[in-house]
Ligand binder design. Structure first.
Ligand code: 5AD
Length: 346
């Protein structure tokens, strides 16, 4: 096992069989070796710095109907909201004062009739905070829309591929959605000069080791700047609401494998990790993650952006609780880095 870990660390890829072995190995000593190597590589690249992104949940209105997601169109049990332009700018202002230099506008997928509104919002943010990175995470759109937003000043885009296995993708999404189109969007985003992030949920319903191997191979081939991965957590008003949650252990293991495969990639230790276990976020960092995305959304809207049940929104998850986060990080010898934290590949 250690030989496979060493090979992945030195050559940044191994065979499908070897990825499978890394995903399924059980000896705690082998797992610890993987984690230690991943942590060492992360520290060589980034020191013990953790980059911050201020997450602003723009809207829970969505035209899509993904079977796992709490803000899917068919869910009639949630109140829908969209932040006003002024509310978004107030979040940015508050974030900037605290020290954030990256804003992530995330939300459900809207129709193209509202793309111009987003473009103007991006322009406003770009003008007022020229030294900040603007990240969008707003789903699938035509190439022209991505181009418009890029020209308006957006630097980065997050769009998880969710699963590289076509059949599995079909079990998680309505028939109108295809993995082919998702990958097409990711290619467009890269061509347009965005720093692109993609990724999956770990332990999503019907996921197999085989499909996770395909995910790793796709990530190695696509070479994203960022990788967003978190455990699946069911949401009770969705068709997949009765499936068990993914595990923090398997998610951390995937962070470690991907850190060795893509040493320079930015990996957030995600909110879903902190939701499942109090020390989930730290375990992600100890497996090679190097980013945290605290919530900058207005606190009275956070509960409405319920992608899954019991989402962590307080304490170290919130921008207001940064001292808690800093304190937490210091217990494992890490600290917040206040720069924009661009991809070192640029
Ligand atoms: N559990 C975990 N993650 C989820 N997401 C959506 N629904 C869930 C859920 N039930 C993730 C998806 C999406 C991202 C914004 O949130 O991977 O890409």
């Amino acid at each position: 096992m250690k030989q496979i870990v060493d090979q992945l660390r030195d050559e940044h890829a191994v065979t499908a069989e070897e990825y499978r072995a890394l995903l399924t190995m059980r000896d705690p000593e082998d797992v610890e070796y993987l984690m230690t190597q991943a942590r060492r590589v992360a520290q060589q690249q980034f020191g013990r710095k953790i980059y911050l992104r201020g997450l602003i949940e723009l809207t829970n209105v969505c035209r899509n109907d993904c079977l796992y997601c709490g803000i899917r169109r068919s869910n009639r049990h949630i109140n829908r909201y969209t932040l006003h332009r002024e509310q978004v700018l107030a979040c940015c202002e508050q974030g900037y004062q605290i020290g954030f230099r990256t804003f992530v506008l995330q939300g459900g997928e809207w129709g193209e009739d509202r793309s111009q509104w987003i473009a103007e919002l991006v322009q406003d943010i770009r003008r007022r905070w020229p030294d900040c990175a603007i990240t969008l995470s707003l789903g699938e759109h035509p190439r022209e829309t991505y181009a418009l937003w890029r020209e308006s000043g957006a630097d980065r885009y997050l769009l998880r591929h969710e699963t590289r296995d076509e059949r599995h993708y079909g079990l998680l999404h309505p028939t109108a959605m295809t993995i082919r189109h998702r990958l097409q969007c990711l290619d467009w985003l890269k061509e347009l000069g965005y720093q692109v992030g993609t990724g999956i949920m770990v332990g999503s319903p019907y996921q197999s080791i085989r499909s996770m191997v395909k995910d790793i191979q796709y990530l190695v081939e696509f070479q994203p700047h960022m990788i967003g991965i978190g455990p699946f957590i069911s949401q009770h008003d969705t068709p997949l609401g009765r499936f068990p949650a993914g595990s923090v252990e398997m998610t951390a293991r995937l962070y470690a494998i991907l850190r060795l495969a893509l040493p320079k990639v930015l990996i957030p230790s995600t909110t879903a990790m902190a939701t499942l276990q109090p020390d989930g976020r730290l375990r992600g960092i100890l497996a090679g993650a190097n980013v945290v995305m605290p919530n900058l959304s207005p606190s009275d809207h956070r509960q409405m952006y319920a992608l899954y049940d019991n989402k962590a929104t307080l304490g170290a998850e919130s921008a207001q609780g940064l001292n808690i986060l800093a304190e937490e990080l210091s217990t494992i010898g890490y600290h917040i880095d206040w720069s924009r934290g661009d991809s070192p590949r640029l």
